[in-house]
Structure formats: C-alpha cells, structure tokens
Design a protein around this ligand. Structure first.
Ligand SMILES: [Zn+2]
Length: 297
C-alpha cells in the first residue's frame, strides 16, 4: 500500500515537472492576443506570444526547443486552430531555436530576409557549436530555418486581426524585426527592448548600436499601449525610453572613453548601474567591452 502511494506521489510529481509553466505566466493581453512570459531560471528566458486569427495561429518567437515544447500546449489551451506561422524577431537561439517544434505541427518560420540569412550562418554555427547535454541539449532537435522572409514589412490581416512585421535592424542583430498590432497598439520588440535587470546582449557581430537607438525612437513614435519586451515583464512605451537611455549612456560612455584614450578594461569599469536594466555590473562590463570593440574595429 505504501509503495503504491509513493508511486502515485512520484507520478504526480513527474506530471508537475512536465508542465511547469505557471498559469500566471500566460496572459491574454487583448482578445485573441496572448503572451507567455519567459522564465530565466529554467533557461527559457525569452517572452513569446501568439495571435489567434480566424483560420490560424501566428506565434511570435519560438523560444528554445524546451520552451517551445511548453508553449505549444499553452497555445492549445486557447485555440485548436492550426499554427501556420512562427515569426521570429531575430535568429538568436533563445528566440528561434525552438522553431522545429512548430514546423513539425505544420507551421512555417517567418522572419526578415537579413534574419533568414543570419539563421543559416551564425544561427546554424551557434547550434553546431552547442555541446550542452541533459535537459538543455539541442541533440534531439534540428534547426528549422525560415521559409518565408520579407524585406521591410509584411502583414497578416484577416479583417479581425492585423499584425505588421517591421524590419528595425540592424540593431541588436542585423535582421531584427518587430511585430506591431495597430488596432490593439501592442508591440512585440524582441531583444531591441528588455526590462529585466540583465541588460541586453549587445555583442552580435552585426549589431549596430547607433541604428538600434534610432529604431527605439521609431518604436516609441508608434506610441504603443503594451510593449512585449524580449526579456522581462509586460511593459509600456516607457520601457522603450528606459532602454534608449541605457543604451545611449553605454555608447556615449564608450565614445567618451575612447576620446580620452582609455583602455577597454578602464571603460569596462564604467558604472551604468543607475539604470534599472543595467543593475548587473558584470553584464555591463561585457557590454561595454563589446561596444568598445565595435567602435575601434
Ligand atoms: Zn533574447
């Protein structure tokens, strides 16, 4: 009897381990528009979303494969319509590597042309370099590259919902694009905007920090009511300004340091912790170094 009880408890714990997305992480931010907030503690740091059109579902950011496997059942709780498209804001693994979980369901991956090119070069190389084992191994999966790409813009519109994909890069990467829902005034920014306290990855080989700042101005001009950032909590237009202030301070600090012949190490010591998203000194130091290398290349 005791053994049977233990088995039941163990099975219940196993079930809990399979579906760990807390209900509070999934929100309907407007009718038919859902977000699923990332969870850094389980290596699913990126936020994701989906829009339920009349005939299909459009997913925004595929997450890592183990994240996608949790997002899929969350989508299924909200709609039985086919998942036809997955728009990735950029090619980085935490946003794009889970694509095959959705292509196996019949979806196609959509991103900007530059993002598509990055996926087959830097994205594939990063995938091939990955040697993680265990729960975060990529071995059981394959990298699904985009099969639909666009230049400046692309729109999904069925009269009920409209989602405009807009190229904003180069910024955080070369092919960054955002999803803009003009009716609901919701903006999905990918990693061009974050509001967690770990800052951004600014070290992509094709990052363009000055253009990134201009892109943040363009996004702010849309005056979104809701901003779904790449990492962090559900935001508003003010997060775009906070992100702009942090990045501008970083770039200005590096330029000022270079102007007075400071070394990379000296510049990396600059204090940016007054910014909420720059609360982590070590992350700031890595970012300052990356901007330094970019500007002195
Ligand atoms: Zn990211």
């Amino acid at each position: 009897m005791m053994i049977r009880l233990l088995l039941v408890v163990a099975f219940a714990m196993l079930l809990a381990a399979v579906s760990q997305t807390p209900a509070s992480a999934v929100k309907e931010v407007a009718p038919g528009v859902w977000v699923r907030m990332g969870d850094n503690s389980r290596n699913q740091p990126a936020n994701a979303g989906w829009v339920i059109f009349k005939d299909y579902v459009l997913v925004i950011d595929a997450n890592f494969p183990w994240g996608a496997k949790e997002i899929l059942p969350e989508i299924r709780k909200t709609s039985t319509k086919p998942i036809r498209f997955v728009f990735n804001t950029h090619y980085h693994g935490d946003h794009a590597y889970g694509g095959s979980v959705f292509t196996e369901q019949g979806a196609q991956i959509v991103c900007s042309m530059d993002c598509g090119a990055e996926s087959v070069t830097k994205g594939q190389a990063g995938w091939d370099r990955n040697t993680a084992t265990g729960a975060f191994s990529l071995k059981p999966y394959k990298l699904a590259h985009p099969t639909i790409t666009f230049g400046d813009t692309m729109a999904f519109d069925d009269g009920e919902h409209r989602v405009e994909l807009r190229l904003m890069g180069p910024g955080h990467s070369k092919g960054d694009a955002v999803a803009w829902l003009p009716k609901e005034r919701i903006l999905f920014t990918g990693d061009m905007c974050v509001n967690w306290n770990s800052g951004n990855n600014v070290a992509d080989a094709d990052a363009d920090h000055d253009n990134w700042l201009r892109a943040l101005d363009r996004m702010a001009a849309l005056n979104p009511a809701t901003v779904v950032v790449g990492h962090g909590t559900l935001g508003t237009a003010s997060d775009l300004r906070v992100q702009h202030a942090y990045l501008a301070d970083m770039v200005d600090t590096v330029r000022a340091g270079i102007a007075v012949s400071k070394t990379e190490e000296q510049i990396a010591q600059s204090d940016l912790t007054r910014h909420k998203i720059g609360a982590q000194k070590d992350r700031n130091a890595a970012s300052l170094k990356a901007v330094y290398r970019k500007l002195t290349k």
